[in-house]
Each structure stands twice: as C-alpha cells, then as structure tokens.
Design a protein. Sequence first.
Length: 355
Amino acid sequence: MKTGSLLHRRLASLFIAALLASLAGCRPNRASDDLAATVDGRKIYQADVEKYYQNQTSGSDQQPAGEQATNLRLNILHELIDNEILMRRADKLGLLATDDEVERKLNELKSPYSNEQFQDKLKQKKITLDDFKHDLRRSLTVDKVLNKEVTSKINVTDQDISNYYNSHKSEFNLIEPQYHLAQIFVTPLPNPQVRNQSNKAQNEPDALKKIQTIANHLDSGDDFSTLAMNFSEDTETAGNGGDLGFTPESSLKNTDPTTRDAVTRLKPGQYSPIITVVNPMTKQLMGYRIVKLVAKEPAGQRELADPRVQQAIRAQLRDRREQLLKAAYYEVLRDQARIENYYAKKVLDGNGVAQ
C-alpha cells in the first residue's frame, strides 16, 4: 500500500470526521425549526447534517434522491448523535484529549512528509490544519473513553484459552499454510437481508462511493471489524466483523485472481486496496471488497503450549468480547441520554418525506 495514497485518503476521511465532531453544538441565532436533534439539550442543526451530506455526495455522477437521500441524512444524524453522546461522556470522565496529545499525534502523522508536502495535502482536500487537529482530538478522546470503559475491563483467562483450544483443537492442525481473512463487501443493489446500519447502494456509482468512504475510515484508523459489522453487505460475515476464518493456501486458487494476488501481498494486520468483484461467467459487477489478512499460519500441528496458539486464541476471544461490549456500551449510553430526533419525526410524520 502506498503511503502517499494512504495519507490522501486519510485526509479525506479526517475532514469528514472533523465535520461530524465539530458541527454538533449550540449555535446562536438559529430558528427552532432548523433543529435536527438534541442530546441532553445540546443542539444539532439540520444545517450541520446538510454540510456532511453535501460533502459525502459531492462529485457523484448520480445524486441520491427520494428515500435514498432521506435515509442517508438519517444515518448521518445518527452518527452525529453518537459522537455528541460520547464526547459528553468523555467530558464527564475528564478524558478529553489534551493539546499535548493532539500535537504528538499530529507530529506522528506528519513525520513521513516535509511540512510543505503536508500542507499541500491539506490544500488538495481544502481543509485547514485546525480541521485536521479537531478530528485528531475527537479520535483520541474516543479511544480514551472506550479504553477506560470497555477495553480495560476485558479479561481473558488461561482457562478460557484452554477451554477454547480443547474444543477447537483440529483448527490448529494445519496441513498447509492458512490465511486468516476478513472482508468488507459492498454490492451495487440493495439487499433486504442486510440489517446493519448500512446505507445500501442503489447502483454501481453508489457502491463505489460507499466502499471508498469505508476505505477512508480504515485509513484514518477506524476498526476493520466494527466497520464490517456496521456497513458490510455480506450477510454471512457482517455480524461477526467480516471474519472469513482460516482459508487454506490451496483454496486461494479458487478465488478471483485480483483477490488472490492482493491477499498474497499482504502482511498480517494489513488490508487490501479496493477490489472489484466481477462474475466470471457474466462479467457483471458483483460488488467491491476490502480484504484484511488477520494472520498467516504455516503448516503443522500447533500445541496449546505454543505461544502463537495462546496469542491467537487470546486475541480472538478479546476481539469478540470487545465488539460485543462496545455495541452494548453505545446502547447503554444512548438509553441514558435524553435524545430528541426531530428530523426522524419529520420523516415519520411525512410518510417518508422530510422537508
């Protein structure tokens, strides 16, 4: 993966996230009917939703319309509300990122580039350094809250590991190298069986724009499995974070050449560029995917005493619990907050139309 292209996509994603982080809030001289929602009395305006909506849809050959446009606005507002809830929780816990933490992270991201190169990247995306730093503050704050409230409380015991190994021992008898893969898959047609937060694409340009947005989130550091749970349209894997499990090396021969070549170039922890998936018989577009190489295991029997086995099991159990606890955590925070979603009410009262 090219570093330059990663930063290019990262800046695009950070600009979007910066909008989300900064738009929600009390602003004077706004008409009351311009309110989209309130969170514990803190106001989120319809104009805030529209700014992000325009940013996400700009440049698209075919603009969303009707129910699709309304659904996109509802999803944007949902994320604005979640951001506001979490930032208020961070304020209460005293976990807001400090100026020093933001500067350290900024210097880390700038380190591969000269100052002139970095400024050029910002100008290309038409964002300011303040926009960039604002989003860094939000991202660092979210990480601190989730670490304190969720991640730090996860405990995987040696007995948990032993129990898992004894129940799945055959998984560690590898007759050939194994690739542990995960994917995020987007289709050009809506699938009614997909029941996550996914904004389902209506056509090929929509699908490409959606997978590009997901790639931007990945490049900005968002968790792969969380994005898969929320936005992947593969009904078989979305519910478990896109996990495809272990695939024998020989089985890669049965997949499409583009995916096979991308996977074999990855190192554990890396994810592929956007892959176009085409039906080999009809040559029609089936969708777009991003594949992550979670781990690669050489052939042979793995015993429980092998540190790699223990590490793999521990990581898998932690990831599963973390995803479950994060989902529950967000739901608890939402239940505790006083939320008024005026835009959703307008959609409901207008039978699917909100002016």
